[in-house]
Ligand binder design. Structure first.
Ligand code: HEC
Length: 287
């Protein structure tokens, strides 16, 4: 009897948990109208998944040239771009502060600092140790420039949204969806079925050919591979952005996965050894 109750309880909780998860997904990923979320098979999914380095590099380019006029990368320092496992890591420059990409990217931004001689606030070019600077002086200024809406910082957005990578990818693409008649837009709002209620205060940031991609050289186990420049379609730019933002939200994923794999191999070997020693220790005992 008690067992039956326990069983009902367990089944009940599993069903409840599943429906809560389902609801959360619908709220985060569903939309209005008949837009269907496209679920991509990202290179970083699964136990052996890795970021696509060339795509993440292009993603940084799109961020810098398009999104960075409104969105900050608050939790990222320039040097992080050159860390092991990062899009711009170079084997010859294990210290990211010396990495030429990192130095160039940092110098491409102006960073606020204090003049050590007189205490005045000054602006100077960034250095690898700096964090990505804020785009607006404060939230009120950010809202004032964006019709009252606050552009969220993007470094952890891939984790901050349910099913982040698919969400961001579809958010970029869904602007072209047909608006149902029951969604009414006030000025400054745009139709996007991926957002709850189908409205967003960000105009479609991408259009075909918006950036100019170049061929990229990536190091693969000491060998240099040249990846030709793809066409800069909205789909391509969006999936490149996702590679970059997925990395920035989880920069240690690759290390974590390889540690996990080594741990499993270690445990398998250990189990085998334990089994063999068990056989040996008990070999003369009847049991
Ligand atoms: C002109 C300013 C501007 C640009 C450029 C811009 N955004 Fe936005 N973005 C916004 C604003 C404003 C919001 C808040 C929208 C809202 O709350 O309705 C936003 C929201 C977002 C969100 C969060 C949506 C959510 O679920 O709340 C994401 C993700 C995003 N932007 C990604 C991007 C990406 C990627 C780019 C570059 C390709 C980009 N944005 C370019 C202004 C901008």
């Amino acid at each position: 009897m008690a067992f039956m109750k326990l069983k009902t309880l367990i089944i009940g909780s599993v069903v409840a948990a599943a429906s809560v998860a389902g609801l959360a997904f619908a709220a985060g990923g569903g939309g209005t109208g008949d837009y269907h979320m496209e679920h991509k098979d990202w290179s970083f999914n699964g136990a052996f998944g890795k970021y696509d380095r060339a795509a993440a590099q292009r993603g940084y380019q799109v961020y810098r040239e398009v999104c960075s006029s409104c969105h900050q990368l608050k939790f990222l320092a320039f040097r992080h771009l050159g860390d092991k496992g990062a899009p711009f890591y170079l084997e010859d420059f294990p210290n990211p502060n010396d990495n030429p990409y990192v130095k160039n990217f940092a110098a491409d931004w102006n960073v606020e600092d204090i003049d050590s001689d007189n205490g005045d606030t000054i602006e100077r070019p960034g250095i690898p140790a700096d964090y990505f600077p804020p785009i607006f002086p404060n939230d009120a200024a950010a809202r004032a420039s964006n019709g009252g809406a606050l552009p969220p910082e993007l470094s952890v957005i891939a984790k901050a949204r349910t099913n982040g990578p698919d969400y961001i990818y579809n958010l970029m693409l869904a602007y072209s969806a047909h608006k149902p008649d029951d969604v009414e837009l006030t000025p400054g709002l745009y139709y996007n079925p991926v957002m709850d209620g189908g409205k967003i205060a960000m105009a479609a940031p991408l259009s075909d050919g918006l950036v100019e991609y170049e061929a990229i050289e990536v190091e693969d186990h000491g060998k240099i591979k040249t990846i030709p420049a793809p066409e800069a379609t909205v789909e391509q730019m969006s999936s490149d952005l996702v590679q970059f933002l997925a990395w920035s939200a989880d920069p240690k994923m690759e290390q974590r996965k390889s540690t996990g794999l080594m741990t499993i191999i270690y445990l398998l070997i250990l189990s085998l050894l334990l089994f063999l020693s068990y056989k040996r220790v008990w070999r003369n005992v009847k049991h």
